[in-house]
Design a protein around this ligand. Structure first.
Ligand SMILES: C[S@@+](CC[C@H](N)C(=O)[O-])C[C@H]1O[C@@H](n2cnc3c(N)ncnc32)[C@H](O)[C@@H]1O
Length: 255
């Protein structure tokens, strides 16, 4: 980690991950997470390189990557987020484009707060700039596989296109952690890739792209996402919806 990254890390992670140093005067107690190997090796060009933001941090680019489905998939998340007043909502991992601002705007109506976790200091720095005009968003430098929040901290948790980027051990831990930090009766909303129907031509377009650039993504084509959830999760807790001929899925787990 370089000095800039450390400065960002030290500014963002404080007791309970909720307050800046200026607000608490406290020393950081949470260890700064290491960048996971899969992120460094496979996705450095997309999330860790400073130049990646010039290209990816535009709504039209993200929309192109999702074949024009960004708005629709973001809308499905907003539809799931119930607007109970003063809710605490967690977004696990940064997302390029307007996603976090749209979630924050949606929650603003109720005095609720959005907490965003990411393991990369450069992503935390970027999202902080992106939401700088809002006072209902906080960013936390943490690893999704071992978050520092106490159990049952959040009313709703969103995991948007993270799981397909993680190898199976990290994916399972992320799912476990998302469930742990969500209150009983709350929702964990997963949106990610899914194996499209055989007659969907996108199947033949996306397979070589994902297999080349996103080696862990094919796991979500082969297996349904609930296969990566802990055994304690019951089928009746899960609601599944599919989009764009099955290329994308939204799985809502009621904890
Ligand atoms: C949500 S995913 C992909 C989102 C989507 N493809 C987009 O348009 O941005 C990308 C983010 O996940 C973060 N990430 C990857 N592994 C992580 C982990 N173990 N803990 C927290 N964040 C992680 C990366 O740093 C990156 O900012």
């Amino acid at each position: 980690m370089n000095d800039d990254s450390r400065a960002v890390a030290e500014n963002f992670d404080y007791p309970a991950g909720r307050y800046s140093a200026a607000e608490t005067g406290a020393k950081p107690v949470n260890p700064v997470p290491d960048i996971p190997e899969y992120l460094q090796d496979t996705y450095w060009w997309a999330y860790l390189h400073p130049k990646s933001f010039y290209f990816f941090e535009r709504e039209w680019v993200v929309n192109l990557i999702l074949w024009g489905n960004m708005k629709r998939l973001t809308d499905t998340v907003l539809e799931e987020l119930s607007l109970a007043p003063q809710s605490q909502v967690l977004q696990v991992a940064c997302v390029y484009g307007d996603f976090s601002n749209r979630v924050a705007r949606h929650l603003d109506e109720t005095g609720s707060r959005l907490h965003i976790v990411d393991v990369a200091p450069i992503q935390i720095e970027n999202v902080r700039k992106k939401v700088s005009g809002r006072n209902n968003v906080e960013a936390h430098l943490q690893d999704s596989t071992s978050m520092h929040f106490p159990a049952e901290s959040f009313d709703q948790t969103v995991v948007f296109f993270l799981l397909h980027e993680q190898p199976e051990y990290a994916r399972r831990k992320t799912v476990e952690e998302a469930i742990r930090v969500t209150k009983p009766g709350g929702k964990v909303i997963f949106v990610d890739y899914h194996g499209p129907k055989r007659k969907n031509p996108m199947r033949y377009v996306m397979k070589p792209i994902l297999a080349t650039l996103e080696p862990y993504a094919m796991d979500l084509w082969r297996e349904e996402l609930p296969a990566f959830m802990p055994e304690s999760v019951k089928p009746e807790q899960i609601q599944s919806d599919f989009y764009f001929g099955g290329l994308y899925q939204k799985i809502v787990l009621t904890v």
